[in-house]
Unconditional design. Sequence first.
Length: 292
Amino acid sequence: MDNLIEKFLEYLKKERDYSEETVRAYKNDLLQFKEYLIDRENTNDLLKVNYQMVRNFVGYLIKYGYDKKSTARKLSAVKSFYKFLKSIKLIEKNPALGPKSPRLEKKLPTFLTEAQVKEVLDLQPPTEISYRDKAILELLYASGLRVSELVNLKISDVDFENRVLRVKGKGGKERVVPFGSYALKAIKNYLQERKDNSPYLFVSKFNKKLSNRQIQKIVKKYLSKIPNPPATNPHTFRHSFATHLLDRGADLRAVQELLGHSSLETTQIYTHLTIGKLKEIYKKTHPRAKLN
């Protein structure tokens, strides 16, 4: 039974190029599903699971207090697992296709104002901020990268002359992302200070590639310095990147490409954040927006 799960996890790592963190999340969810089957369905045969068992699993999660997001993620892991088993001809039908995920409320992303971004990025090394941390913050805002993409960047992925990054995103999909002169300057200053020969762009004082958690701590440290930050996680810079581009008239599909979203629908959530800005522009510019 565990062999099938291990085979699937190996597929995610080698064929889909998923990060260790993502693979670990899949593993935990599938092991929980396996335990549920043994305890509640009296079976340890993953190949004999049916629609009703998967549906019961969803009900079990809801009953025992798992929120909608966690339940949906666990069901998604089970669906992907059985999709894999079907693809290698071990089952004929995917038993997880029937049960529906709980409907998730769309949560609007939190973002920094341009003034807040300026305040945190105006911190100057070596007194207020380290050269490395300055480069991390500048690049997060300049490129809108996910943390997992940032930590895996190698120096060879940076085209300094053309100011573009070669980024490997979700599912191993590659994209090219431009970045600005402020980020370029910060990266160059940081690399001049570095004394190691690690291929990775951002490393710890022990010359090891930074982890997602270390990036989160770094971002939290500096965002906590400004008054009333809406959030203190790295994704706040990604949300701010997308929102500010759209505020200034960027094309939605271009923003989709820059963020590495496979679906335009995922990017469209940012348009809700810019409605207020559009209304302001409309009121100021349309000749019949208001009565004299």
